[in-house]
Design a protein around this ligand. Structure first.
Ligand SMILES: Cc1cc2nc3c(=O)[nH]c(=O)nc-3n(C[C@H](O)[C@H](O)[C@H](O)COP(=O)(O)O)c2cc1C
Length: 193
């Protein structure tokens, strides 16, 4: 499979960046080809603007959006890596989704689903979080995120949320989470599985 990893973190030495690298190592070890979209390093502009609104009704997408849609179109599996911020996505990922999942391309009934978001494609959200996993479950955050992201935003099939809880914890804990990230890449499900 061809596996696209979308990383949202400005710091190449962050835990999130390490998670993305380990995930890609796992996917490569399983024989997949890998591609990285490093949104901060590439300077993606997450601000939804009047240009997006105008382009939506027009014949072709904006150049930066066409680039992102082409990356999705050639991927069989997509993994988002972003840190949990205020029980949600950081602004970069949120803006990326707002701008890239355009109505005519992502959700409309299209003549050629092969070129759109509708082609079967597996998806994974690998999300480092400071909180412990028992806090996540007891306070209802896990269920809220599953509802918003897995039922709501991301239409991949199959799709899965893997919260990497305790990401600000001990070196041992972080190492275990990096191994989990490798395993997630190694055991990536095929589209439609
Ligand atoms: C602005 C901000 C908001 C955060 N909000 C949350 C949160 O709501 N829940 C949580 O568990 N951790 C939260 N954290 C902790 C991050 O998820 C944690 O620092 C991150 O996963 C560590 O990885 P990094 O080194 O890649 O940043 C927050 C951190 C920052 C900087």
């Amino acid at each position: 499979m061809h596996v696209l990893t979308i990383l949202d973190h400005p710091n190449p030495d962050s835990f999130s960046a390490a998670v993305a690298r380990r995930f890609m190592d796992g996917a490569s070890a399983a024989g997949h080809t890998v591609e990285l979209a490093d949104l901060h390093a590439e300077g993606f502009d997450p601000r939804w603007s009047m240009d997006d609104i105008t382009a939506e009704g027009g014949p072709s997408p904006l150049a930066d959006i066409a680039k992102e849609q082409a990356r999705i179109a050639r991927a069989d599996a997509i993994c988002f890596v972003f840190p949990l911020f205020w029980w949600g996505m950081p602004a970069m990922t949120k803006g990326w989704v707002d701008r890239v999942f355009t109505w005519g391309w992502a959700y409309d009934q299209l003549e050629d689903p092969e070129k759109s978001l509708l082609r079967p494609r597996s998806g994974l959200l690998l999300v480092p979080a400071g909180a412990r996993s028992d806090e996540m479950a007891e306070r209802g955050y896990l269920e809220a995120l599953e509802t918003a992201w897995i039922k709501g935003t991301f239409g991949f099939s199959p799709r899965r949320l893997e919260l990497l809880c305790g990401a600000t914890g001990s070196a041992r804990r972080r190492q275990a989470l990096l191994e989990k990230s490798f395993e997630a890449g190694y055991a990536l499900a095929s589209p439609g599985a």
